[in-house]
Design a protein around this ligand. Structure first.
Ligand code: HEC
Ligand code: HEC
Length: 417
């Protein structure tokens, strides 16, 4: 929530709410507990019902919303005992990756290779970009839907047919018929595709991209950033300082929030520390993009698949303050630590990585030794050597953290009926 700086806090809140209610009248009608379907088209409403349907899992009890909770920017862990990974529908079925926010996901292009021009040499290279999941293994949202539904560690539905029949026999079958016609359930394969389309329609609705953060209001000229937030923004975009914008992209001359998604959906290896709380990755490291099925077919000739072991999709930073823990393995529990890691990963690695038996700091310990050279060590801010001055001071780290906190959308209406 943005504050108008010239008014006392309580007054400014009230003013801000009046503004919001005027701009979004749907909010005024909804209490947080009420089913919130205001402003959704019939197909989006159907998608929402499917998204929240706990009968689609086996055993019943887990829906998409269990892990993608509207209250925390559509991510969460379904009450998992391990904060970094979610609990599925079967007892003790823990996942291997941190749940990302799925807000702004509909802006990701389908998975593919795009042209990337090196600013210095002018050379054009094909680089992987887009897709859904942190390794892009689903081409788009439509293809993504069956992933968690059928994953034994997530919803564990025995088949697509199972999901179609659950909807056919469930509480909102009439809505599905209203959207797709009386015969919607006759052909099971087609019916599944249509359920997926409805969920994609919901995930592509404004609820998932309200552009309602303080930063958006700042872009629109309706709010001011504090001096510290402004400094953080400047460091974020400064190519000699944070250089964050190189991957968490925004169009610097644009005041249109849509030009500020804080990702270009490309992939990179950041080399974050191993999270020992995830038991599964002790024996089977999470190699990210290089394990994406079909990558060899999608890649241009000569592309070395092994060179992207350890690379994950650049996440949006919208709502990042409420989506912890952070990184694909949830190793960081404080947002400031993520920013501090960028600053001192290379100048003070002992702060972040454990020592091996020989007493040496085991840098990039989440990756097998032969893939550690894939980690990005050229680009600012991580182009430093031990003993060199970090690109960012402690106060710079505070300022960037404060800036990241301006990217939180104002609370979204509840999704559970
Ligand atoms: C048990 C928890 C859980 C459930 C249930 C779940 N998800 Fe997810 N979701 C995750 C995790 C973890 C990831 C990241 C997985 C990966 O990258 O391999 C993810 C990734 C995604 C992504 C990709 C986001 C991105 O940035 O690439 C989308 C979209 C998504 N889920 C939608 C859904 C939908 C739709 C459902 C219901 C059919 C669902 N999820 C059910 C945990 C869950
Ligand atoms: C060369 C590309 C690149 C640059 C430059 C970069 N990032 Fe990232 N960032 C990534 C990638 C890739 C990830 C995901 C890494 C992972 O999960 O292992 C990430 C993850 C993050 C996360 C965690 C998000 C989450 O949801 O878990 C934060 C916060 C973040 N970056 C902030 C920054 C800041 C602040 C800067 C500048 C100081 C910066 N990044 C510079 C590529 C980059």
């Amino acid at each position: 929530m943005f504050r108008l700086s010239f008014l006392p806090r309580a007054v400014s809140r009230a003013v801000a709410w009046c503004f919001l209610l005027a701009a979004f009248p749907a909010l005024a009608l909804d209490t947080p507990m009420a089913p919130n379907e205001a402003g959704l088209t019939p197909i989006e409403r159907l998608g929402k019902r499917i998204f929240e349907d706990k009968t689609l899992s086996s055993p019943a009890g887990v829906s998409c919303a269990s892990c993608h909770d509207a209250a925390t920017a559509f991510q969460g862990v379904n009450g998992s005992p391990v904060p970094a990974v979610a609990l599925g529908s079967k007892p003790q079925s823990l996942g291997r990756r941190n749940t990302p926010t799925i807000m702004y996901s509909s802006f990701a292009p389908p998975f593919g290779f795009i042209d990337d021009k090196d600013e210095d040499t002018g050379k054009v290279e094909k680089v992987p970009a887009g897709g859904q999941f942190l390794d892009g293994r689903a081409n788009d949202l439509l293809a993504q839907f069956e992933g968690p539904l059928l994953d034994p560690l997530e919803m564990n539905a025995p088949s697509k047919r199972f999901a179609v029949e659950a909807v056919r026999d469930g509480a909102y079958a009439a809505l599905a018929k209203e959207v797709y016609g009386e015969k919607v359930f006759d052909d099971r394969d087609k019916a599944f595709e249509r359920l997926a389309q409805a969920v994609v329609a919901f995930e592509s609705s404004a609820r998932f991209h309200p552009f309602a953060s303080k930063f958006d209001e700042y872009l629109r000229g309706n709010a001011q950033l504090t001096a510290q937030e402004k400094k953080g923004f400047a460091l974020f975009t400064d190519p000699r300082k944070g250089n964050c914008i190189a991957c968490h992209v925004g169009k610097e001359d644009s005041h249109n929030p849509q030009d500020w998604l804080f990702t270009d959906f490309t992939y990179d290896a950041l080399g974050g520390p191993r999270n020992t709380a995830i038991a599964a990755t002790a024996t089977a490291p999470d190699l990210g993009l290089c394990k994406r099925p079909g990558l060899d077919k999608a890649a241009p000739k000569g592309f070395e698949i092994d060179s992207v072991c350890g690379a994950f999709k650049v996440p949006t930073l919208r709502n990042v303050a409420v989506t912890g823990p952070w990184l694909h393995n949830g190793v960081f529990t404080k947002l400031r630590d993520v920013v501090a890691f960028y600053a001192t990963r290379d100048t003070d690695p002992a702060r972040w990585y454990p020592k091996n038996e020989k007493g040496k700091t085991e840098k990039f310990d989440d990756l097998p030794a032969n893939y550690r050279e894939n980690v990005n060590r050229d680009e600012i801010p991580y182009d430093r050597k031990p003993g060199q001055k970090p690109r960012l001071s402690e106060r710079d780290i505070d300022a960037i953290t404060a800036f990241l906190e301006t990217l939180t959308d104002r609370p979204q209406p509840a999704t559970s009926p």
